[in-house]
Write a protein that binds this ligand. Structure first.
Ligand SMILES: *[C@@H]1O[C@H](CO)[C@@H](O)[C@H](O)[C@H]1NC(C)=O
Ligand SMILES: *[C@@H]1O[C@H](CO)[C@@H](O)[C@H](O)[C@H]1NC(C)=O
Ligand SMILES: *[C@@H]1O[C@H](CO)[C@@H](O)[C@H](O)[C@H]1NC(C)=O
Ligand SMILES: *[C@@H]1O[C@H](CO)[C@@H](O)[C@H](O)[C@H]1NC(C)=O
Length: 952
């Protein structure tokens, strides 16, 4: 601590201060608008010009903030310190900073600690209290992989905290910069970081998965805002709020940090590398997860906030939606076309136009007459139906509208802060009943003159299940939906604050407004002084969508008796336990293909693996080439749904010419082939918290090149997807980290199983890729379970199984398969599933049923086994001791062979053994052959540079 200030002080005494205090060691002391030298110095900070205009002119340079008072106390969970304000100016003249502040360090596990700064009298809002599903820590971990130290050089100097990774001495946190500030509505802490590889924070649109540390500020506060570039220099804060980051240390170790705080906040990143958290309420409640690897961080994070829910198998099928089909007849036509074109299609949606005037729990009696019967029909054919629900409830119906009257009786609405006997009134969808609408009127005119008054349910209300839950159940009597899509739950409001605006109070006019969109904090939402969840909406605003997820999931499960899917627009840490997420109202433009990968990687980090973007784009009209490439990419979204808005032209796969329908069918059939693998990844996410869509970095941390890759992604450890993301491009540059990789192009079965030229190290290759292609590669060392595709998962789940055995350098591979009925609520908890492992060592594949708690009806069989990367064709193959040479099919190259026409029961263990020609018999021989392979591969790479072709 002392050292930093001392250094600054010494340099500051030299004549040229401009050069002395380098930009990168400055921490912004005046992030507010309107900084001047006078205001800056009144805060006790220094003012100097900068070289980089983004760096702060006003910065901390003398002790600021808090000092330690008394000794460090041992507590049941760790230690505690009292902090007292230094004699420096308060943040805001009108409000004293909190004094004393208590700092608790809790050592929950060897790899998880909590650092909490709070008011000594515990009067402030804490998010943790709203999350009963997160168990409290019970004791201090017996050993820790981190050291927490407090530093303070003297009684008038500021206190600092440092967290060190014991094994490497890396300083994960070092707050000896800036100054801790803890005033009522401005809480700030800065820390140096061990590296500039930072990921996470959301929800935002970003150009790269890895953060740019060049003075970027990211506001976080849930908002109905479509993804897009910065607006007036402000990075848009989107629907969800995720104050969680991952940092990869220079040696490849990784840690994650959650700030469990729901108030409007921002995080400022700077090249030091360092970051500053600024929130305007609550407490500073940090949780740190030590990894060691990025994948471990996500596991530890989801262990804490709640593991991702297990989606039903059908939730992995292809889904189709459009806002504004216009009528049930159009929906019927679309569904029929999809069937006629034989394109897999599991889920059809009803967006808000299925409702009568967009009112929850109603059906448009004219345009959607017969919807319940239609839903029954498609469900009999193996499809599913998902409906949208919005939170706001209209108050102006002239006919009985029980959702409003019953809710009023139960008093479940968010209350007007100026008169808490009244609900807060805003406006969302429905027009007044019977109003004649001028279709050409402007949006604002319509909102003012046609849109009805609405109330907003408080999903924290003790009676919420009796209201929301009961209406969901009641509506199920009318319509047999399988999933619920909860939208508009930031919550959005078409008037700012309320129909009467907001009063002048400290919540609606906070002294500091983080870098979020809107002229004020209540823009497009509710007044911050409204009463919500037993506190001010100011505190609970960003928890709104999150709080809706659990009661929605509960009601859905109760009424359907199945796990179903809930997915929401506005999310918060731990939302993945209850729901999935789509990346919101994106746009039909090319860069949103790339952005969708970044968004999926972000939400994977946030513990929400069930995620995807609207395929072909939500806003504006899609284009054939864009939609085709997007269908190809979208086949690899865990949540794979084509959807667009009311004014957009149709864009479902069969709308376009036959080539696009063919490409969509082909990619989706490949997706369905891989569903057993994808489902198993979801089981692993659900039970161990691992990611599904995975950054290459998580698997190849030793290869620093992977730390910045976000145009490719993995499914789990083994499937590499390298989509074409640019208009007109007929090739794609893909990076292959060091491993054996096998080609699995969906459209070119000739190529399936061919090994990508092995250079023995990571390398970029240019892959030719015409409009029908999306490169997919399988990583050696893995066994991937597959299954025949069909029009829906109901039928694909009855098809024969297959295995792809992709051998690694040592000739080995392993994998697993999770199988259950696909929709029962807790098959994991009740052990009603089958778990099978696959293992190849020394030319033997063992298939072992590890657990047999579920029997498919009819029983399933493995029909094919494809082996990639075999050193040679086997001279002999036996299956469970029987000669199976008749089943062998030699493919394109010697390294690929298949066993076909098998019928091996999935309920039993099996042993497949093969014999290679003498000198090819063992893994050791394979590695001895490598120098030749290396040489050939090196030549192949040179060829690639010349003509772009690698598969020579
Ligand atoms: C899917 O195919 C099966 C027969 O294989 C058929 O019975 C069913 O109606 C089809 N479903 C749809 C939605 O096309
Ligand atoms: C709509 O309902 C509100 C009460 O929520 C009432 O004040 C308003 O007058 C009503 N407007 C119309 C046009 O009925
Ligand atoms: C709404 O209230 C009425 C009257 O108390 C009751 O009969 C009905 O069941 C309630 N509806 C729901 C869905 O709770
Ligand atoms: C393995 O067999 C293949 C084809 O039969 C041959 O080209 C290769 O040289 C053999 N490897 C060794 C190590 O002998």
């Amino acid at each position: 601590m002392a050292s930093f200030y001392l250094a600054v002080l010494l340099i500051a005494l030299t004549p040229c201060r401009l050069e002395a205090v380098e930009d990168i060691v400055r921490f912004d002391c005046y992030p507010d608008d309107g900084a001047t030298q006078q205001l800056c110095e009144a805060r006790g900070c220094a003012w100097e010009e900068t070289q980089n205009p983004k760096a702060p002119k006003c910065f901390y340079w003398a002790p600021y903030g808090y000092r330690m008072d008394g000794n460090i106390r041992d507590t049941a969970l760790g230690s505690s310190v009292t902090l007292r304000r230094l004699n420096t100016p308060a943040r805001y003249v009108n409000s004293a900073d909190v004094d004393p502040v208590t700092l608790d360090v809790e050592m929950h596990t060897a790899k998880r600690l909590r650092i909490k700064f709070y008011d000594g009298d515990n009067q402030r809002f804490e998010v943790r209290d709203k999350m009963p599903h997160i168990p409290a820590a019970t004791g201090k971990a017996p050993s820790q992989e981190y050291i927490v130290s407090f530093r303070q050089s003297g009684p008038t100097s500021a206190f600092a905290l440092r967290v060190t990774r014991t094994a490497t001495r890396a300083a994960l946190w070092d707050t000896s910069v800036g100054g801790l500030t803890f005033s009522d509505q401005f809480l700030q802490i800065s820390t140096k970081l061990p590296s500039s590889y930072v990921y996470g924070f959301g929800e935002h649109e970003r150009d790269n998965y890895r953060h740019n540390m060049d003075w970027r500020t990211w506001g976080m506060f849930t908002r109905d805002e479509a993804p897009g570039p910065p607006s007036n220099g402000v990075n848009k804060n989107l629907y969800g709020m995720h104050p969680f980051y991952l940092c990869v240390e220079d040696d490849g170790k990784a840690h994650g940090v959650l700030l469990l705080n729901s108030n409007a906040m921002e995080v400022a990143l700077q090249p030091t590398p360092a970051m500053t958290f600024r929130t305007i309420g609550g407490v500073l409640d940090f949780y740190m997860f030590l990894g060691d690897g990025p994948e471990d961080v996500v596991r530890q994070y989801t262990e804490f906030v709640g593991r991702p829910f297990m989606p039903p198998y059908w939730g992995l099928g292809f889904q189709l939606c459009k806002w504004g089909y216009g009528s049930l007849d159009v929906v019927k036509d679309v569904v029929k076309e999809m069937q006629d074109f034989n394109i897999p299609h599991d889920v059809q949606y009803g967006d808000i136009d299925y409702m009568e005037r967009q009112m929850d729990f109603t059906i448009d009696p004219v345009n959607y007459q017969g919807l319940p019967e239609f839903v029954d029909q498609i469900r009999r054919d193996g499809m599913r139906y998902v409906i949208i629900l919005d939170p706001a409830i209209t108050t102006n119906e002239t006919e009985p509208y029980p959702p409003y009257t019953n809710g009023t009786e139960l008093d479940v609405w968010i209350k007007n802060g100026d008169d808490t006997s009244q609900p807060l009134i805003g406006k969302v969808w429905p027009y007044y009943p019977g109003v004649t609408v001028d279709p050409d009127a402007e949006w604002d005119y319509k909102v003012e003159n046609y849109n009805a008054y609405s109330v907003f349910p408080d999903y924290f209300h003790a009676d919420i299940d009796r209201w929301w839950g009961n209406f969901i159940k009641d509506f199920y009597n009318t319509l047999k939906f399988d999933g619920l899509w909860i939208d508009m739950n930031e919550p959005t409001n078409f008037v700012h604050g309320s129909v009467n605006g907001c009063s002048n109070n400290k919540w609606d006019n906070p002294p500091y407004l983080p870098k979020i969109l809107g002229p004020n904090i209540y823009s497009k939402t509710l007044c911050m002084n409204s009463e919500h969840g037993g506190t001010k909406h100011y505190n609970t605003h960003s928890l709104y969508g999150w709080s809706q997820a659990e009661p929605t999931q509960k009601a859905l499960r109760e009424v359907t008796g199945k796990r179903g899917i809930v997915f929401g627009r506005s999310t918060f840490p731990s939302a993945g336990h209850f729901e999935g997420h789509w990346l919101g109202d994106n746009t039909a433009k090319w860069d949103h293909l790339h952005k969708s990968i970044i968004g999926m990687l972000d939400f994977g980090l946030f513990g929400m693996p069930y995620v995807g973007a609207d395929i072909c784009g939500f806003f504006f009209d899609s284009q054939p080439d864009l939609c085709q490439r997007w269908m190809e990419l979208g086949a690899y979204y865990p949540f794979s749904r084509n959807h667009n808005w009311v004014l957009g032209a149709p864009q479902h796969p069969t709308h376009w010419d036959g080539a696009i329908a063919d490409a969509a069918r082909d990619s989706l059939q490949t997706r369905y082939t891989f569903l057993p693998y994808l489902y198993t990844l979801f089981y692993q996410a659900h039970t161990q918290g691992s990611t599904v869509v995975r950054s290459l970095m998580h698997e190849f941390i030793e290869d620093k090149h992977t730390w910045s890759i976000d145009r490719q992604f993995l499914w789990g450890p083994a499937l590499l997807i390298s989509p074409v993301l640019d208009q007109g491009a007929m090739d794609v540059t893909a990076y292959f980290p060091k491993a054996r990789w096998y080609d699995y192009y969906s459209v070119n079965s000739e190529r399936q199983g061919r090994e990508v030229a092995d250079a023995g190290q990571g390398r970029s290759l240019s892959l030719p890729c015409d409009m029908d292609c999306i490169p997919v590669h399988i990583r050696g060392g893995h066994v991937i379970p597959t299954q025949g595709h069909a029009n829906t998962t109901v039928y694909s789940r009855r098809k024969p199984l297959g295995l792809i055995v992709a051998l690694d350098e040592a000739g080995e591979a392993s994998g697993s398969l999770f199988w259950d009925d696909g929709e029962d609520i807790d098959t994991v908890g009740s052990n009603s599933y089958r778990m099978i492992t696959f293992s190849v060592t020394a030319t033997t594949l063992d298939i072992t049923v590890e657990r047999d708690g579920y029997t498919p009806d009819p029983e399933l069989h493995y029909e094919t086994i494809q082996v990639f990367g075999s050193p040679a064709m086997p001279t002999d193959v036996t299956v469970n001791g029987q000669n199976a040479m008749d089943n062998i099919v030699k493919k394109t190259a010697d390294k690929v062979w298949h066993l076909e026409g098998l019928s091996l029961s999935m309920a039993e263990d099996h042993k497949i053994t093969w014999t290679l020609p003498d000198n090819n018999a063992s893994g050791a021989e394979v590695s001895r052959a490598r120098p030749v392979a290396l040489l050939l591969a090196a030549m192949a790479v040179v060829l690639a540079n010349v003509n772009g072709h690698v598969f020579t």
